[in-house]
Design a protein around this ligand. Structure first.
Ligand SMILES: NC(=O)c1ccc[n+]([C@@H]2O[C@H](COP(=O)([O-])OP(=O)(O)OC[C@H]3O[C@@H](n4cnc5c(N)ncnc54)[C@H](O)[C@@H]3O)[C@@H](O)[C@H]2O)c1
Length: 304
């Protein structure tokens, strides 16, 4: 028996790049998969239902079961319909992989309101809606006395740590996704549902041009470090019964490496004997910051 036999999975943005690999890996391990994707271009524009259909056909050709869902992850009704489709077709929802999204990069002072809203909407609201409807579904099942098996895998990015100046919309959305998933992990613990976050590095159309393209390039020979397939086993592990006790964690994943992020820690503490004043703050904080440089490159990240 395969590890995910009998499980029902949903992968948002499952038609290309990482999402397609996740859908194939979950299906290979026995899950039945709803492949959600409206078939957008790399900037989120347009629609092409053929791409989600093609992944379902790939899964069927490998002996698995999949159905497409063409809804917009950031639309309340579409997102609800996606959860309902899985439940009505196969009787349950077990694994939710939130992955859909797109980029519209611009430096802060050039970014348009539309590009900020669109990227926050697809990533942060897209995650919120799917998690909102899935957790309501699991709570309802538990209240009705039915067994609950639930796994949420959210997709953030190291942009949430680096905060690249050219991605104020994307970095903010991806930071928000970490908080959203941490809250879901705490809320859903009593139902046995886990929620974790991945921050992948993979060659997809998101980085096939621009400053990262050279780094992600496929090597002429040897191990293809940034092949998106390298990320999907972690998604499958987090979706499996093996990871029952893993929740509220953040994983950076690429190639042959997985890095577990530590929780942010409060650093140095300053106390005053009376309410702070500007002068007393300067007295305590001034000397501390005199020794430090302003932040230039976000958080410290592991080397490649
Ligand atoms: N590629 C990387 O190195 C990398 C790094 C960090 C995070 N990520 C994240 O991984 C996820 C997958 O990205 P990818 O690199 O595979 O990109 P991709 O463009 O290949 O895949 C994204 C998919 O999402 C779909 N999509 C877009 N808007 C949608 C909507 N409103 N509803 C449903 N589907 C929609 C697209 O049609 C596309 O198939 C994204 O959340 C991305 O931010 C990727």
């Amino acid at each position: 028996m395969a590890m995910l036999d009998g499980k029902v999975a949903i992968v948002t943005g499952g038609a290309t790049g990482l999402g397609r690999c996740h859908a194939l890996e979950l299906a290979r391990l026995g899950a039945r998969v709803v492949v959600n994707d409206l078939g957008a271009a790399a900037d989120g524009s347009g629609r092409d239902e053929g791409r989600a259909r093609a992944v379902c056909e790939e899964i069927a050709a490998l002996g698995g079961e999949a159905i497409p869902h063409f809804g917009d992850v950031a639309d309340w009704n579409d997102s609800k319909a996606m959860i309902d489709l899985a439940a009505s077709k196969w009787g349950d929802v077990n694994i939710l992989v939130c992955n859909a999204g797109f980029l519209r990069d611009a430096i802060l002072f050039n970014m348009t309101e539309q590009d900020f809203d669109a990227v926050i909407r697809v990533h942060l609201k897209g995650h919120f809606l799917a998690m909102r409807h899935a957790t309501a579904y699991w709570r309802q099942r538990a209240k009705a006395g039915n067994p609950v098996y639930g796994r949420i895998v959210a997709t953030s990015s190291e942009s949430a740590f680096f905060a690249p100046p050219g991605q104020p919309n994307y970095a903010s959305a991806k930071a928000g996704i970490v908080s959203l998933a941490m809250g879901a992990a705490q809320l859903m613990q009593k139902y046995g549902v886990t929620a974790n976050v991945i921050m992948p590095r993979a060659r997809t159309r998101m980085n096939d041009s621009g400053p990262l393209a050279a780094m992600f390039k496929k090597p002429e020979q040897g191990f293809d470090t940034f092949a998106p397939e390298n990320v999907s086993p972690l998604v499958a592990w987090l979706a499996s019964p093996l990871s029952q006790n893993v929740s509220g964690q953040v994983f950076v994943i690429w190639g042959k490496s997985v890095v577990v992020a530590s929780r942010p820690r409060l650093d140095k503490k300053f106390d005053s004997t009376a309410a702070w004043t500007v002068d007393s703050l300067q007295g305590e904080l001034g000397p501390h910051f005199e020794k430090l440089e302003p932040v230039k490159d976000g958080f410290t990240v592991p080397a490649m």
